[in-house]
Design a protein around this ligand. Sequence first.
Ligand code: CU
Length: 382
Amino acid sequence: MSQSTAANIQPETSESPILISRRAVLRRAGFVAGSVGAAAFLAGCGQNGAAGWTFGPAASAAAGAATPSLPVASSGSTASTAAASPSALASPMPSPSGASTAHDPSPADFAVPPPYRPGLSTPVEFKLTSNDGPGQSILIARSPDTAYGSMNFDGQVPAPTLRITEGDTVHFTLTNQGMMPHSIDFHAAQIAWSRVYQEVAPGASFSFEWTAKYPGVFMYHCGAAPVLMHMADGMYGMVIVDPKGGRPKAREYVIVQSEFYGSGGEYAKMLSDPPDFVVFNGQANRYKTAPLVATAGELVRLFIVNAGPNSSSAFHVIGALFSHYESDGYPPNAQGMHQTIGVPPGDGALVELTFAEPGTYPFVTHKFSDASKGATGLFKVS
Ligand SMILES: [Cu+2]
């Protein structure tokens, strides 16, 4: 890690791993009892983590067990189900409303980052909404379609990628459209957690500014308690801070690794590990059916974040070597050839590679128990 900031480390320490707020339980109740009553009650709960009730592990497990399973829709496909976990295949309760509203986790072109641009003298506006509860079901796997009750920013998992340039100031606004408090934590910022990373109540908005002093590849995420649940349920994204003057021309892709547990909101499962799915950009095996493309001989640059929340990534491209690697995507950290790079939860990296010849090249986490749960994709090289 090239940086050690309060923003990097504090939110993760803001909860006890054995406590779960009543809001988390109520959130799940919202799936069953409808949102109006729960929302009204939540609005009266206050914020800033001042939950009056806490639940020990047994209650947490009960909360998880009480979670209504989201549906595994019938896709009619006979394609491989290598990515589907036993629990996913155990056919949770059918829920037509969940099945019909589940959507792809993020846009089809999510892997392509916004382009580089020179630094700006005025603040960059960056706005996100936070969302949870009914209507936030995403498809974390296909064949069979597997839905997951997400919490998210802007309705997608991973959240939108923010690309800025070293020295830029970001004017950020979080508008909480959910039923429970959410917050933000930009790993790229150096700013007091106690001032700007606090929970934003349902219906409220909060704005602040921060300046990107270091170039790099950074995670951002919700830090509301319990942080583990908010991250495992989908509240994370990437910030790319380009060095002044940019980088050499290359074909660029964003890859965010993350995990899913059960059908969402299952805190006991998240605590106990292991995940049911490990994915790149929100869906198991997403780039096996829609490979990322490249041309032999061209420079390819990958911006990588491991959102976790629990597993480290051992990122590797089969048939290629990384000619250039930067831990944290920070240019002074540059190193030469690497075969596999480690990216712990909450960290980022940048790699560059050139494919030697046309063909198909898988990319995986070389922790193959995780690759087998969906963290596998393909480059199709022409
Ligand atoms: Cu949140």
